[in-house]
Design a protein around this ligand. Structure first.
Ligand code: NDP
Ligand code: HEM
Length: 501
């Protein structure tokens, strides 16, 4: 270390002569305004906080390596997938959704599962959750939904009444509500859960042919969940349990791994699919669309500085690379706009230049100036296009094939269109196929426990409305929750059946 580097200095490089006592008029006198070091220390401290993420504020991150283990080049021309053995550096950030930055890691909530691949085609972000579906299927509903997961405007407390009021009025939520209320709603740690793109994306191959794709990260650690009671106990013992678990596992050299797989649907299959294949409240059954192996993600490096590399990380579903494309999924379309907008607010317009976000292989462009522009700002090169000076080109070979959607531009959601209004079949599958007997008991207990928090003059209306959804997904589920709530089910059952209950 050079002699200069050993010196404590102000941000402008002036060495400190004193770092603990402020200049004063005599040993007991008032302070001198000229002690600039005091001002600088206080002023910088006052500005240490940036806005937390409006959702997914509490999170944990780690760097790692992605390795391609299987050849999927028939589906995509992305360079990362051009041959088995290809690797790239990556960053993962896991999070809870509704809580603030200081909230408990063990809250019942979906978990965010965001991954940034630093590929030679550019940075590719998959910003998913640990669930394959979501609560709403139109982005216009997102803000309203999130309000119900945050604090009540008057009590400033979380409100089961708001949550169940919203869910009961939005039957498309049921699928995700069941997953949330199952023990997967309280994962033991971030290492012990799967990740899903949830959305349908597309892949485009070298012949410019498109398939629709869903991404699945399957944990190699195995699924491990807390029960409701265990989660509550851990909440009282360690608010940061998942953060600590991730750091300690990597520090021990137990690098967590996930196997990335894809489901693939052709454009022809999409037209015949009984549900809307772009509906975020639906899955594609494994039996019809089996998982195809792709590669392995291993997390092997704890970021040296949480704020610089995790808090300032900006993940966006819009960040794709050549060979990966969007889809008409309405929620995905809404998210394409929302994330960069959030980043400009949270981190500033030049957030892409923050080292953790910067693309190592980025080309050149004409974006200039703005707050905190800290690179050479394009130097003396032209700041407009077209120009007669530089050699920057727009390359038509990156153009995607057009979508054929058989739709008119101004279509609104048509509830009665085939495959659009069935909110119960897949939740029924979930209850009957995905869960074993113990899982079902826990699910029912968890739902009943959560719904007992509903209060106020609309309580019975909300409970009855939500019970109808459970009954429509599976009669045993409806009966179980009703019993857990002590509700007389005769209102929900045909007379012949109600007597035997
Ligand atoms: P399968 O019968 O082929 O597989 C069931 C799936 O459910 C597995 O992926 C399993 O994941 C997952 N699962 C098990 N328990 C839970 C839980 N508590 N919460 C969330 N997922 C769980 O399923 P199908 O493809 O025929 O779909 C049936 C239902 O399974 C769906 O309606 C959906 O609710 C659920 N599911 C389906 C997925 C899909 O992409 N097809 C993905 C995840 C869930 P794992 O292998 O990790 O144990
Ligand atoms: C974070 C909006 C749906 C996963 C965020 C943020 C916003 C947002 C504004 C904060 C971004 C930031 O400040 O960095 C939306 C909107 C949605 C939506 C408008 C629907 C229209 C979803 C869905 C998923 C998801 C469906 C998962 C499939 C995430 C994750 C993060 C996040 C994982 C945290 C990313 C990180 O770790 O930095 N969302 N979201 N969101 N969202 Fe969404």
């Amino acid at each position: 270390m050079s002699e200069q580097n050993q010196k404590l200095t102000t941000a402008s490089g002036r060495p400190y002569a004193e770092n603990e006592n402020t200049q004063s008029v005599g040993p007991r006198g008032p302070l001198l305004l000229q002690d600039y070091i005091l001002h600088e220390k206080m002023a910088h401290f006052n500005r240490e906080r940036i806005p937390e993420r409006v959702v997914h504020a509490k999170g944990s991150g780690a760097f790692g390596t992605f390795t391609v283990t299987h050849d999927i080049s028939q589906y995509t021309k992305a360079k990362l997938f051009s041959k088995i053995g290809n690797q790239c550096r990556m960053l993962a950030r896991f999070s809870t959704v509704g809580g603030e930055k200081g909230s408990a890691d063990t809250e019942r909530d979906p978990r965010g599962f965001a991954v940034k691949f630093y590929t030679e085609d550019g940075n590719w972000d998959l910003v998913g959750n640990n669930t394959p579906v979501f609560f709403v299927k139109d982005p216009k509903k997102f803000g309203d939904f999130i309000h119900t997961q945050k604090r009540d405007p008057r009590t400033n407390c979380k409100s089961p009444t708001m949550m169940w009021d919203f869910w009961s009025l939005n039957p498309e939520s049921l699928h995700q509500v069941l997953i949330l209320m199952s023990d997967r709603g309280t994962p033991f740690s971030y290492r012990h859960m799967n990740g899903y793109s949830s959305h349908t994306f597309s892949m485009i191959n070298a012949a410019n042919e498109r398939v629709w794709v869903k991404f699945h990260f399957k944990t190699a650690q195995g699924i491990k969940n807390f029960t409701n009671d265990e989660a509550a106990t851990m909440k009282s013992q360690d608010l940061d349990h998942a953060q600590r678990d991730l750091v300690q596992a990597i520090d021990r050299g137990e690098f967590p791994r996930w196997n990335l797989k894809i489901q693939v649907m052709t454009e022809v299959q999409a037209k015949a699919f009984p549900f809307n294949p772009f509906d975020l409240s639906k899955i594609w059954p494994h039996a019809d669309y089996p998982l195809i192996d792709v590669g392995t993600m291993e997390l092997n490096e704890v970021p040296a500085n949480y704020f610089a590399q995790v808090e300032q990380a900006a993940f966006a579903p819009a960040h794709i690379v050549d060979g990966i494309g969007y889809s008409p999924d309405k929620m995905l379309q809404g998210r394409l706009l929302s994330y960069p907008d959030a980043h400009r607010y949270r981190l500033g317009v030049n957030y892409e230049q923050i080292p953790v976000n910067r693309c190592p292989y980025m080309g050149r462009n004409y974006q200039r100036d703005g707050h905190m522009r800290v690179d050479d700002n394009g130097g003396s090169s032209p700041n407009y296009f077209p120009n007669s000076v530089d050699d920057i080109v727009v390359d038509q070979s990156y153009k995607e094939p057009a979508w054929s959607l058989e739709s008119t531009l101004a279509d609104w959601y048509d509830r009665n269109a085939p495959g659009e209004n069935d909110h119960y079949t897949q939740p029924g599958w979930f209850y009957r196929k995905a869960l074993n007997e113990q899982d079902r008991k826990n699910l029912i207990n968890n739902i009943a426990g959560a719904m007992k928090g509903i209060e106020g003059p609309k309580k019975d209306m909300i409970i009855n409305r939500q019970l109808c959804h459970f009954f429509r997904a599976d009669i045993q589920l409806g009966l179980g929750v009703a019993a857990g709530l002590g509700v007389d089910v005769s209102d929900f059952m045909p007379a012949s059946q109600s007597q035997s209950v």
